[in-house]
Design a protein around this ligand. Structure first.
Ligand code: HEC
Ligand code: HEC
Length: 288
């Protein structure tokens, strides 16, 4: 009991230890702190037993509960794949023209198509699919090769003038100028006539122009220049131009036509991806 001494100055009990007249006060840890500390130790022991914890050479102690973060991740991934797999399989099994009649499937396909578009198509057609000179805008209802879902699907599967694909869309405009098929004066007359169809500056609708058009151009561009999707001859009446929409631009196309090339995607991305892309492109607003 002699060590139950009370320090005069602080009024706190001392432990009885004393060095050179300096006494140690007895101020123990608070109870709540101590019990929390013990609690942590108990929890840690339980954790080490229940869960993977102690490192071994190539793995760790497995723990009684058999938990594994890798297995959990695999399970999540499997579930996600299963949820999507059903729809991917459904897209694969559904003819492209019938996807639209199932709104859930159409939404899924269009979303997939949108992300594929960002990877494979924006370089040429632009982020908003708005195109640029030589690269058609896919938002409008002006289609070179046709705007039904089946036509778009065919264009995507086989490409345009993509010679590695034997079923590619193919038709090329003759070199009226370079190959001497028309006299320079006839080219000017035909070009003026075409310019007049969409009211371009310099356009002139003459009987000679009409006749030249009927004989040399209508087979691919239609009698009235309205375009023939089966031939890939763009409309010449709608003021939407793949190339240069001016009299000079039309003359250039007659002198030395360009032949746009688009890769075939069927062999590269597979049929299901192409269906998704077709649904997406068709949904951009111009689909027929
Ligand atoms: C290397 C450039 C290039 C890439 C990449 C490309 N395209 Fe094209 N695409 C073209 C060109 C050029 C044309 C126009 C062909 C022509 O002159 O008839 C075209 C035409 C089209 C057409 C037909 C438009 C119409 O009016 O009939 C569609 C649809 C189309 N592309 C969709 C796509 C999609 C979807 C992708 C991505 C999977 C893609 N393109 C990737 C260059 C490209
Ligand atoms: C054998 C088919 C064929 C014939 C015949 C033909 N064209 Fe074309 N024409 C095309 C094709 C295909 C294109 C699109 C080229 C491309 O996609 O790169 C085109 C493109 C054009 C364009 C550019 C359209 C644009 O949107 O920029 C003009 C202008 C044009 N043709 C005018 C004529 C005129 C005028 C004649 C007659 C003197 C004619 N074509 C005869 C197939 C033909």
């Amino acid at each position: 009991m002699s060590n139950k001494e009370i320090d005069d100055l602080s009024g706190t009990e001392t432990t009885g230890h004393e060095w050179d007249g300096i006494k140690e006060l007895n101020t123990p840890l608070p109870r709540w702190w101590l019990w929390t500390f013990y609690g942590c130790i108990v929890f840690a022991l339980g954790y080490v037993i229940a869960y993977p914890a102690i490192p071994l050479i190539s793995s760790a102690t497995p723990g009684l509960l058999g938990y594994s973060s890798r297995a959990t991740l695999d399970a999540y991934l499997d579930a996600a794949k299963a949820a999507q797999g059903g729809l991917v399989q459904q897209v694969a099994d559904t003819p492209v023209a019938e996807i639209a009649s199932n709104p859930d499937l159409a939404r899924f396909a269009a979303a997939g198509g949108r992300s594929l578009f960002k990877v494979y198509c924006v370089q040429c057609h632009g982020t908003g699919a708005t195109g640029g000179p030589g690269y058609p805008n896919l938002n409008d209802d002006d289609w070179i090769w046709g705007g039904t879902i089946d036509q778009i699907y065919t264009t995507l599967t086989h490409g345009v003038r993509w010679e590695a694909d034997t079923d590619t869309r193919f038709n090329i405009m003759p070199n009226f100028g370079a190959d001497g098929l028309l006299e320079p004066a006839q080219i000017t007359t035909a070009a003026r006539y075409v310019a007049s169809l969409s009211g371009l500056e310099g356009g002139e609708n003459t009987p000679e122009g009409q006749q030249l058009f009927a004989e040399n151009c209508a087979a691919c561009h239609g009698d009235a220049g309205q375009g023939l999707p089966d031939m890939g001859g763009p409309s010449l009446v709608d003021a939407i131009w793949l190339y240069d929409g001016s009299l000079a631009g039309i003359e250039t196309q007659l002198q030395k036509p360009r032949h746009g090339v688009m890769p075939a995607w069927g062999a590269r991305l597979g049929d299901t991806a192409v269906k998704q892309l077709a649904v997406y492109v068709h949904s951009l607003g111009g689909g027929k």
